[in-house]
Design a protein. Structure first.
Length: 694
């Protein structure tokens, strides 16, 4: 028989109601022996007060509140207040309000209930919420999308039922880990998006109340891998001399803001595993405790703890002190500067400004992209990129990354190499990444309707932080080529008003890569119709992205020279073995271009340059000679620094060919698929200028 993963929360469930009322107003959960956690606004609702009332309820007030433990029967209990954090406004902080937690004490005659465990949920994990009475039929599954300050941002997953009034104060439950991940607190009024108060705020409340943390005192995690890690940590700590264990434990408790006390090694391991920064804190606390011995080389115990922390891939990379120090240094910089540095240092990571409200969220996002133990993590690469752009205080950032790299046991020489690359980018004037990074762009989803001169399309203008600004759409009824070009003209005119930009990207279906899009005549304000590719970059993408593993690897190898391939079979052979080839010049016959592009995209090649057609030749021999000449011309056009010069070089050839169909530039096509933006992330709910939502 399969054990019920929700049994612990069902036993600890508490319904909160006004005394004598037939229905509860919210819920709570037993979080410590005899103590119930709920939202302060739930208590306010039970008392008939304003939701945001700040005054702590008195003992007499609480006589009007009734708590029931549904799993133990219908008997109501009058609570006492143990700790009160009133809801308080926090304009501009990204989450609804601060505080909003209440800790209630059950009377002595209430039945003893085992408290739930408290643990952090990983991003994209599935959690569950129930209505105030704990009825199993009210279950709603949600997905953790983001951490915003003390709150978790949640989106619905599969349930048709929505979280609504009566869910507040109830536990946000992980069936996978059988643990509490937060307390339901709020919903968006117009869309199905929900919020919960996360574990960090709950821990702070318990510390403030002088209560032990759930799962922080002896209970090992149930997951087999975590249980094994718990055992290994316990054994390592248990083998320490008592004086060093005591010194390290004191540092660990201070780092995690836990009350001092006699924790045995098993309890210390549980406390570290219960906090998202617990493993890094454990590593650093005991290493600092061995500092004198470390001067003669790493001790076996500190090396063992560092190794366990690295191999466990903790939810967060930094210990609390290092995280707070970095937040302080980066919070003075605008998000646009941080994103520009990240795009330069780790261009394969998709980062979006609309999902990063502050420097702490920016750091958390980079921490989520951990590398293998001993390898330079993306976070440190970005810190070094920021340091080289800030000559005034760059040394402070470099000192921080040196210290953290040592703690993470990054392999020797890796940090020096990262610093050298950052300095090289700065000298080349590419500190903000390549020509397209962090700049406004127009993206066009184009679909062939199976008949000439008819398309359905979405045209979207994005700002420099990749946020949609405007959209023109024809998704239900095909439009002619003339109307498409008129709306393209509107889009590129708005793009020009944004200043320096990344041009136009067309997202095409397979089989459409031969369209002469850059030659389409677009109305201009002063010169009349002109080819689209003359005045701006015009590049192509696929509507379905390549396999991300190959795609990101090859994009990271953009310094490699171009590979000239003249037939599909040789392309398949080369790309299947050379995983560093990032740029292909397709010198095959025009009829083979679609097949060549499919092979390149299959292997994740992000950049492909080709000719749609060649000028006529008198015979086959002349055609072969012409093909060889054109391939040489394209190779010369690419140059050694093609990541920085290729798109502009293609545009200049198109300028020379604006009135000459025989010129090479009249038939150039460029696939440029930067993996920092993925078409699957684009939403079809963006603003339109012509009739509703796309």
């Amino acid at each position: 028989m399969i054990a019920d993963p929700d049994a612990p929360v069902r036993r600890a469930w508490v319904s909160v109601a006004a005394a004598g009322a037939p229905h509860p107003v919210g819920a709570g959960v037993v979080i410590a022996d005899g103590h119930v956690l709920t939202c302060a606004h739930v208590l306010n609702a039970a008392l008939g007060r304003d939701k945001m009332a700040a005054a702590a309820p008195t003992s007499d007030d609480l006589a009007a509140v009734s708590l029931t433990l549904p799993d133990c029967g219908p008997q109501p209990y009058r609570p006492e207040l143990a700790c009160w954090l009133p809801p308080s406004a926090n304009p501009g902080q990204g989450h609804g309000w601060d505080g909003d937690l209440a800790l209630l004490r059950l009377p002595a005659q209430a039945p003893a209930v085992t408290p739930v465990r408290l643990a952090d949920a990983e991003l994209n994990s599935t959690l569950w919420a129930w209505y105030a009475d704990g009825d199993g039929r009210s279950a709603v599954d949600v997905v953790v999308q983001k951490v915003i300050g003390p709150w978790l941002l949640l989106d619905p997953r599969n349930a048709w039922l929505a979280v609504g009034p009566g869910y507040s104060g109830g536990p946000l439950w992980s069936s996978a880990t059988r643990s509490l991940a937060g307390i339901v607190v709020s919903v968006e009024p117009d869309v199905r998006r929900y919020y919960a108060i996360g574990p960090a705020a709950v821990r702070q409340l318990l510390v403030r109340a002088g209560l032990p943390l759930p799962a922080g005192r002896g209970e090992a995690p149930r997951d087999p891998r975590r249980a094994r890690l718990h055992r290994q940590l316990t054994e390592t700590l248990d083998a320490l001399p008592q004086d060093r264990y005591t010194a390290g434990l004191a540092r660990l408790l201070r780092m995690l803001r836990l009350p001092p006390g006699p924790y045995d090694p098993e309890e210390a391991a549980s406390a570290a595993l219960a906090d998202p920064r617990g493993l890094p804190a454990l590593r650093d606390a005991f290493r600092d405790a061995f500092r004198d011995a470390e001067e003669r080389g790493p001790t076996a115990a500190s090396a063992r703890l560092a190794d366990l922390a690295a191999r466990a891939c903790p939810l967060r990379l930094l210990a609390p002190a290092d995280h707070a120090e970095l937040c302080g240094m980066l919070s003075v910089l605008p998000m646009s500067r941080l994103l520009a540095a990240a795009r330069a240092a780790v261009p394969y990571l998709p980062l979006r400004a609309d999902r990063l409200p502050d420097a702490a969220a920016f750091i958390d996002c980079l921490e989520n992209r951990q590398s293998e133990p001993g390898v330079m993590p993306p976070l440190l690469q970005v810190v070094e990129e920021i340091a080289v752009q800030r000559p005034d205080d760059g040394d402070e950032l470099r000192e921080w990354s040196t210290r953290v790299a040592d703690r993470l046991r990054v392999r020797g020489g890796a940090l020096d190499q990262v610093r050298a690359l950052a300095r090289a980018r700065a000298r080349a004037g590419a500190g903000a990444g390549d020509q397209g990074a962090g700049r406004p762009v127009v993206r066009v989803w184009l679909r062939d309707c199976g008949r000439p001169d008819a398309y359905t399309y979405d045209i979207r203008l994005y700002d420099g932080d990749d946020r949609p600004v405007e959209c023109w759409t024809a998704v239900d009824e095909p439009r002619g080529h003339e109307q498409l070009c008129r709306e393209l003209a509107d889009a590129v005119a708005m793009l020009a008003d944004h200043g320096e930009n990344a041009g136009v990207e067309f997202l095409l279906e397979d089989g459409s890569f031969g369209l002469p899009i850059d030659r389409w005549q677009i109305p201009t304000r002063l010169l009349g119709p002109r080819p689209l590719g003359v005045d701006r970059f015009v590049v192509l993408r696929g509507q379905e992205p390549p396999a991300r593993g190959w795609w990101e690897r090859r994009w990271g190898c953009r310094g490699a020279a171009a590979s000239v391939l003249d037939d599909v079979d040789s392309a398949d052979d080369l790309l299947g073995t050379d995983l560093d080839a990032a740029f292909v010049i397709a010198a095959c016959p025009p009829d083979d271009i679609d097949a060549m592009v499919r092979v390149c995209r299959h292997y994740g090649v992000p950049v492909v340059l080709w000719q749609r057609k060649r000028v006529a030749a008198e015979d086959a021999g002349a055609l072969l000679e012409l093909a060889a000449d054109d391939a040489g011309t394209l190779l010369e056009l690419a140059g050694e620094d093609w990541p920085s010069t290729l798109r502009e070089g293609v545009r200049r050839h198109r300028v020379k060919a604006r009135a000459d169909e025989q010129h090479l530039g009249a038939h150039l096509a460029l696939l440029w698929e930067d993996p920092r933006w993925d078409p699957r992330r684009a939403r079809l709910t963006e603003p339109t200028s012509k009739g509703g939502a796309a």
